[in-house]
Design a protein around this ligand. Structure first.
Ligand SMILES: Nc1ncnc2c1ncn2[C@@H]1O[C@H](COP(=O)(O)OP(=O)(O)OP(=O)(O)O)[C@@H](O)[C@H]1O
Ligand SMILES: [Mg+2]
Length: 231
């Protein structure tokens, strides 16, 4: 289980997360919702070790990982597909995968990536920055996937993509969930995220305003009060 316990975190003097308790049980899909600026990205960055909590702890199977660097969390099975993709645009697809392959060989990484998104197989020597936005996002997802993480933190991976690509990405997320990868999913497609989710957390100004099963969530309240849109 990946767990945040009473976590405060932020940037310099700015505290963003306040007293956040959150769990990603093994094999569960957890949706993390909240308005712009609520702290979703900050939470994922804290869970993957890019940001250290100022108080409270991050735990992996009960072990205190609060001060672990990102590569150690990655080794413990915590993968992160960051906001804005995080692919190396000037490198080829193959080079991007090579950089990601730490505990697997490059060949295995390529096989897993192409297995997930066959279109990537036709573009292994293409410079990533010249691929379409959808293909770059597939590469970003594949980079998160090649190490076979126990938990994958996904920050708005469908952002700005054509509907047909969004469908393909959600189909891939469903496969990941079926394979037993725990997902912590930040998504603008709230309804689709809730369809996949076993658990949902709503962040409001850095605090957990709701934690429970999707069926317990009052969707009118969610949209009006926490996401700032009326339905
Ligand atoms: N690098 C940074 N330095 C200082 N403040 C930051 C930094 N990154 C984010 N913040 C601030 O932290 C708060 C939470 O930001 P965060 O990016 O975690 O929110 P979010 O829920 O992911 O928002 P969005 O839906 O827009 O992606 C915001 O007030 C933001 O301005
Ligand atoms: Mg964000």
């Amino acid at each position: 289980m990946l767990e945040l316990r009473a976590v405060d975190a932020g940037y310099g003097d700015t505290t963003v997360l306040r007293g956040v308790d959150l769990v990603v049980p093994d094999g569960a899909v957890v949706a993390l919702l909240g308005a712009n600026g609520a702290g979703k990205t900050t939470l994922l960055r804290t869970a993957s070790g890019l940001l250290n909590p100022t108080s409270g702890s991050v735990l992996v199977d009960g072990a205190d990982a609060s001060r672990w660097p990102p590569h150690r969390l990655a080794k413990a099975g915590v993968g992160h597909v960051p906001e804005g993709r995080g692919v190396f645009r000037s490198l080829t697809l193959r080079q991007n995968l090579r950089l990601q392959a730490v505990s697997v060989t490059v060949e295995e990484a390529i096989e897993r990536a192409v297995g997930a998104f066959p279109v990537l197989g036709e573009r292994l020597d293409q410079v990533a920055g010249t691929m379409s936005g959808g293909q770059q996002q597939m590469l970003a997802l594949a980079r998160g996937y090649v190490e076979n993480p126990r938990y994958l933190l996904l920050d708005e991976v469908s952002m700005g993509l054509a509907p047909i690509i969004v469908d393909e990405i959600f189909a891939f997320l469903a496969v990941l969930a079926q394979e037993g990868t725990g997902l912590l999913l930040v998504e603008q497609y709230v309804t689709r995220a809730l369809e996949l989710a076993d658990l949902v957390y709503v962040l409001n100004r850095g605090e957990v305003a709701f934690a429970g099963e999707p069926s317990e969530l009052d969707s009118a309240e969610l949209f009006e009060q926490y996401l700032g849109v009326t339905v």
